[in-house]
Design a protein around this ligand. Sequence first.
Ligand SMILES: Cc1cc2nc3c(=O)[nH]c(=O)nc-3n(C[C@H](O)[C@H](O)[C@H](O)COP(=O)(O)O)c2cc1C
Length: 233
Amino acid sequence: MPGMPGDARPNDQPGARRPVRVLIFAASLRAGSLNDRLATLAAGVAAEKGGVVDRATMADFDCPSYDGDVEGRGEFPAGAQRLHERVVTADAFVIASPEYNASMPGVLKNVIDWVSRIRPQPFNGRQGLLLSASPSMVGGNRGLWSLRVPLEHLGARVYPDMFSLAQAHEAFDAQGRIANATLQLRFEQTIECFLDLVEAAKHYRALKKQWVEFLGEQPNAATDRVEHTPVEA
Ligand SMILES: Cc1cc2nc3c(=O)[nH]c(=O)nc-3n(C[C@H](O)[C@H](O)[C@H](O)COP(=O)(O)O)c2cc1C
């Protein structure tokens, strides 16, 4: 809140940013992935705008299909453990996701399902930004609406704006930027505004939040699965 004690940025330098750590990856295993190129561009812009970037790939997080019997034995695939650890150590995450059949790729949903079973459930309370790239005219945007559902269910604060790069197979220039200058600027502004929100949520947070896994359940010991977001001193 402007004018509140403690809201001055370090050294009062305009534009200086308090530390925010952002995990960035694309949900495609394919070499030459358009979404991975968009994730690389996002990582560069986020670093330029003062974010601390943890750049990952989908290969880091790839898992066998979720199996409740495996979980029942207390086993979690290494890919899920890696994503869990990297979300836990981040303040925010950016996912550039392909659209498969108007939805998210199974490889991404699968690892989200695995990670949702590890405690602390790490998406809860974290800020997320969704990007997509597709050769189509709508840039894979429908897939992002489906991706919102599990992430918001898990308590992630998914940024209202999304960025979908249409005709992505011919949208990048030789430097990996978006060739259309207006779109490139819009992309940069989306990342910068998102980082502003992450910074505010981390450093100026005033609300205590809780995540309830099964909304609408009658509160009782058998069904309660509630986690509280720790409030920093
Ligand atoms: C199984 C499958 C389903 C797809 N469905 C869609 C779709 O619904 N909408 C779309 O825009 N592109 C769709 N595509 C095309 C992808 O957008 C395109 O292959 C894109 O390059 C994938 O992202 P990547 O380059 O990051 O791997 C589909 C591709 C595959 C393999």
